[in-house]
Design a protein around this ligand. Structure first.
Ligand code: ZN
Ligand code: ZN
Length: 356
């Protein structure tokens, strides 16, 4: 598995005309080398690769890292520059989106004869199509989170505090096997639902309010992302109406996911419908995003992305309507693109649930 990933990354060396590529982003390092620690650098050559780390991690690296020569350094800069000297690299790529200006400046100063070439998000883009092991982990991660949410839904009732709901959910998720929560959960009730990223606060949930809960787990480094909006007490006509608009927009986009369609087309399907219903200006964010070793990664699912959906991609579909002074509705599922369409990885049913 890692071998295929390394080969695809090495193909980038040819594309950018460089004889080595410095990889500093820890997610990309984990993806290529399997290393789960917090300090290390990968240097990828045309037909070999090196994993450099400090003494705290050499033993861990020898257990986790396959396919790379392991080098222990005292300082990152010293380690990387002396390796690049040893292999007589002339032209070296670096991750423009991740390397700091300070690190870059030091490299240039240490190796004045080397030409450094910025490599864009190409390495991150390699991660957008998942292999079978990744699909297995993402599927399990989404399941853990969905099961946890369902097990605590009865706590979302009049008088409950948003923050307590978030805590109960985190506990249930970890009890179900999650190593971490994916992010600070959003539990936004009533008017707070108008905040697309309204983190759980001390507000008391009242009968007659919609509550948006956006949550996810981390399992073996892989993330999940899902959002439900539930009604506490019987919803009024406007709440029902707006919920059904968001649900229909979500369903339309979901039904259209297949290899070959563009991200813009998917976004247009949901956005066009919400706009037709008169709420276009209340849907400010893109339709979704990739999910994998990060909760937000490639691909960007939005009207700005004319790229094409490919089999094996995993991303979210999450339309929403946010109305200041009233509240909001968002419905989010994470899907895996299959040969014919998609498989929904997140498991909580998205029909409006009424909790009393
Ligand atoms: Zn989310
Ligand atoms: Zn999301």
């Amino acid at each position: 598995m890692l071998k295929d990933r390394i080969l695809s990354a090495q193909a980038l060396l040819q594309r950018f005309g460089v004889d080595a590529l410095i990889v500093e982003n820890l997610r990309n390092i984990r993806y290529l080398a399997g290393f789960t620690g917090s300090d290390g650098v990968v240097v990828l050559g045309g037909d070999e690769g090196w994993f450099l780390t400090d003494s705290r991690y050499t033993m861990q690296a020898s257990q986790e890292v396959g396919g790379f020569k392991i080098i222990e350094y005292r300082g990152q800069m010293e380690g990387v520059s002396s390796l690049l000297k040893d292999i007589s690299a002339q032209k070296v790529g670096f991750e423009a989106g991740h390397t700091t200006v300070a690190f870059y400046n030091e490299l240039v100063a240490a190796l004045p004869a080397v030409q450094f070439v910025p490599v864009g998000p190409e390495l991150d883009k390699l991660r957008s199509v998942k292999d079978t092991e990744e699909v297995r982990l993402l599927t399990h991660c989404a399941e853990i989170a969905s099961i946890a949410l369902q097990s605590i839904l009865d706590r979302v009732r009049p008088g409950a505090i948003e923050r307590d709901v978030a805590l109960a959910l985190e506990f249930a998720m970890k009890a179900a096997g999650a190593e971490e929560k994916a992010f600070d959960f959003i539990v936004a009730s009533g008017e707070r639902g108008a905040l697309p990223h309204g983190k759980a606060g001390n507000k008391v949930i009242n009968s007659g309010e919609l509550v948006t809960i956006d949550f996810g787990a981390v399992y073996n480094g892989y993330f999940s992302d899902e959002t439900v909006t539930v009604s506490v007490g019987n919803p009024d006509e406007r709440q029902r109406k707006i919920y059904s608009i968001v649900k229909d927009a979500h369903d339309r986009a979901l039904a259209a996911v297949r290899p070959g369609i563009t991200f813009k087309e998917l976004d247009d399907l949901a956005r066009g419908y919400i706009t037709e219903q008169g709420y276009g200006s209340n849907f400010g964010h893109g339709l979704g995003h990739g999910v994998g070793l990060e909760v937000h990664e490639q691909p960007v699912v939005s009207f700005r992305n004319e790229g094409v959906v490919e089999e094996g991609m995993v991303f979210t579909i999450e339309p929403g309507i946010y109305i200041p002074g009233w509240g909001g509705v968002r419905i989010e599922d994470t899907v895996l693109v299959t040969a014919e369409g998609c498989r929904v990885l997140t498991k909580v049913p998205k029909e409006l649930q009424i909790l009393t």
